[in-house]
Design a binder for this molecule. Sequence first.
Ligand SMILES: Cc1cc2nc3c(=O)[nH]c(=O)nc-3n(C[C@H](O)[C@H](O)[C@H](O)COP(=O)(O)OP(=O)(O)OC[C@H]3O[C@@H](n4cnc5c(N)ncnc54)[C@H](O)[C@@H]3O)c2cc1C
Length: 502
Amino acid sequence: MPEAMVSAPAQVDVAVVGAGPAGLMLACELGLRKVRTVVLERDPAPPGHCRGFNLNARSLELLDRRGLADRFLAEGPTVPSTVFVGAAQLDLAAMRTGHPYVLGIAQTRVAEILAERAVELGVRILRGHRLAGLRQDDGGVCAEVDSPDGRTLLRPGRLVGCDGGRSTVRKLAGIGFPGTPADRFTLLGDVVLADPQAIAFGVTAGANGTVFAVPRPGYVRLITNDPQPPDDRDEPVTLPGFQDVLDRALGRHVEIAEARWLTRFGNAARLAERLRDGRVLLAGDAAHIHPPAGAIGVNAAIDDAMNLGWKLALVVRGQAPESLLDTYHAERHAAGARLLRNTRAQMLVAAEGERLAPVRELLAELARAQETAGYLAEEITGVGTRYPVQYGSGHPWEGRMVPDVPLERGSLLALLARTAGGALLVDGSTGTDALREAAEPWADRVTVVAAQPAGLPDAVAVLVRPDGHAAWAGTPSAPLDTNVQQVHGALQHWFGPPTVVL
Ligand SMILES: Cc1cc2nc3c(=O)[nH]c(=O)nc-3n(C[C@H](O)[C@H](O)[C@H](O)COP(=O)(O)OP(=O)(O)OC[C@H]3O[C@@H](n4cnc5c(N)ncnc54)[C@H](O)[C@@H]3O)c2cc1C
């Protein structure tokens, strides 16, 4: 990975702590907008193991809005369904999205691609740099960083904790992490079996438990319940210990020839009480941890970063007020609460035995039914994410991700990828000149473009945020004055005050 191993630059606008998916995606978003960004990563090298193996439709939609989805789609197969409550295949084709599937891609590869992109955009990634101390004042943040050269001080304007579930940033900022502790533990082993045919891929019901086996290049991932986790849950999982649990679950001996990675994880669910404390913010696992149902953590991390990046850039560049950052908390804290609810619900229903079998059956039916599969899939993948709007007209697109609207020249996705800014799409009908004029003072942040006729169903204009969500949509039935007032209010709210040309 081409990472700059240089000493910390003197002038840093934003320090991002952690080079996981959240930190690297955020670094890309900030670098794209020329915000001077440094990523501090504790580990000297990327991990030798891989946790996640997927990107979902929501991540691909977001990456599409930066022109990046194809880089990821080239890396692996897509699958049109996903396991739901352990009992059903949920049809992803029922979702309203340009990517109605899940992409098989290693989390390590996701991080590599994002790191390459961040470096291309001028971000410095400092490996072997651990954040050890933190305080903030009116002028910025004072970060104590342990590196191979000893302890150094860094003074960025802002600092974002993307440093995982045990976030040092969250603890140092004094942000609470309420939720439910883990009461079930799972063992995961990336292993090479002496006889590769000894266990079938998929779920095997053994004499005393079930084992889930997933093929991976050169090895197999085995997942099984940990019936007797030690008092210290962080105690390393040993090969003899894992072998013993595996054999007990199956009721027979399946010889492990080599263990590449053995770990234990729980079903804790916690959400940071706030995602912002002054100049310090949280994203990804630092902000929320959840049971592993639905394989969503990497995707939620990318989602947080895409929401925060453009807002933080506008504030750092002095174009928008601090209050814009409060919308990050409002939107992604609510999204985090839904993430916890959805993953906990799936886990509870999947893990419970006979007692909840009828609930599983019912949910499996809903996952198959045309009328409900789309709703469930959009809910658990985040495709259905709808942010609250200010100055809204009630148009159904408001708050939602705008689909790829054909423009008179090009398309919305291409425009967002090129500018990484906002866009006001107008349909050219009578009176829309007034909307164009209303947006002129924001020309440095919002591009006004004409949509193709019929490109904007039941709307004369749509204001699109840099993350692709509709901030406002003007309806043909509304008086022109109302539309102008609404778009003015929405522009001011999402993009800061207008530029005054003297
Ligand atoms: C076994 C397992 C399987 C999973 N499978 C999936 C899956 O299939 N799909 C999915 O979407 N999600 C999956 N997840 C969840 C996913 O791995 C996480 O949600 C995701 O990694 C979160 O990204 P992040 O960037 O927030 O944090 P992380 O990826 O944890 O990155 C945090 C980074 O911060 C660094 N760091 C920590 N402290 C400091 C410090 N003080 N200073 C500097 N750096 C620091 C760490 O070294 C790390 O690199 C899985 C998780 C586990 C445990």
